[in-house]
Design a protein. Sequence first.
Lengths: 302, 279
Amino acid sequence: MTEPIVTTDRLTKRYGDHTAVAAVSLTVRRGEIYGFLGPNGAGKTTTLRMLVGLIRPDAGSARVLGGRPGDPRVLRRVGALIEGPGFYPYLSGRDNLRVLARYRGLSDADVDRALAQVDLNKRGRDRFRSYSLGMKQRLGVAAALLGEPDLLILDEPTNGLDPAGMADMRELVRRLADAGQTVLLSSHLLGEVQQICDRVGVISRGELIAESTVAELQGGSSLLVRAEPPDRAARVIESTLGGAAVSKATDGALTVATEPDRHPGIVRALVQAGVDVHELRPVERSLEEVFFEMTAEEGAAA
Amino acid sequence: MIASLRAELLRLGKWPASWVIIGVWLLLNLFFGYVLDYLGYRDAVANGDAGQAAALLSQLSLTGVPSAVVAGLPMFGGALLLTLAALATGSGYGWNTWKTVFTQGPSRLTALGGTLLALAGLLVVTVVLTWVVDLAASAIVLTIESQPLVWPSFQAVAEGAGAALLIAGMWTVAGALVGILARGPAMAVGLGLVWALVVESLLRGVSGLLGPFEPVTDYLPGTAAGSLAGAVGAASVEEAGGAPGVLTILSGSASVAVLAGYIVAFAGLAAVLIARRDA
């Protein structure tokens, strides 16, 4: 899972005076689910559009599956859903996919397989214009799945889906990754990214401000301790862990930066020291908290 | 290119707009080319106007079919085909389908080539259907009037078919270009129709005021299309019973050269725009 399949080097796109994407350098590795996170207007879609050759960068470069973005030989190995589904409204969902399949030299059997993967085979003969937003989105994903591409680029794939549809989509993405496909998906739904992505890149105001695993992004875990007396509890913990970082809140709660395997030892030490323990629980920052911290810092720095 | 052509034939063939526009053209061609002339012929016969009746019967004859097929193409037929092509390319921006197609693997030029070839296929179907309708209408009129069925010569058929394809082809590629230029169907259709139906006629009307640029109006797309129709026998707008848009400004060979030039230029410009612009 270490071979880079998408790399960008200081990729930049400007529209007049506005820099939509500023020197973004990211790496997506084979077989992983890479989450591309950022608020609306951060530059996610612009970056993805450059990766499939819909727009050209003003500076920097990108390699996708070892080739140039937009190269027909590369695009045949990429499935993409960018900026929502674009289909002919007068054609059925199935006929829309048949048109795209013909472009790829694929058969109607490939179309039916893709429709089945997104659970649209029963409505495949209905006109696209009669589809709900969620069905349109699923058809867009089906189009991306045509030909079983090596790399899937999905821009906000759960847009318009209800909670059950979102869960189905997460399961589908996970299944595709398990089958060896690499998935690069953009989203502003942090819970979704946290649940399915192996690594994430966070983009804010056009700049990639972080790229790591979800766990790394969340930082080390910590432990919240409410005990009486708190000062004594703090000393016991520091003594037990050998100078661990213990911070005390105004309400007397202690936050201890430590790994989960040290938690039982802390409990034992506190009890043996005669400290009354009222509450003790691991604290894990959600990706959402991390994301808001990072984008807020970025906003303040700008 | 074959894959793109197959894809575009599927989507254009299933597009109701394609068949509505082709159907409208066939109805207009039948009405103005045969129904009105036949009513005029019956009127002339009833009034004892033998000269007028003979002239109209000549237009309604099978030998008149080649000129009847091309007579409506320089203006109304051309405008309809321009509309069809402008919708075909322009709506790809409105529906975001160009973007979807471009991410499927064909190069942009291959995708555009598929669209243009599929449109060419539709215009061949249109021209063939026009011939079939006109031949049938003529044969029915001649049978009703107990006139002999004298078929047009092979040369006349070949010239008429070639002229029809060239005129229709020029307007079709022009429509495709306007759709791409405007990045949408509405403005493309509007601008295309205003140019085809109004602007060219106005420019020709005021050509005397253009000084050294006056000859330019002789080489406008509609002028060349109308001149080719006139060169293969369609009655010009200045003659009695002539069709709007049919002209006698350029010779047949000059018209062919100018139309071919426009087809190449319009297709080339469309290719450059599709290939170089962000999608």
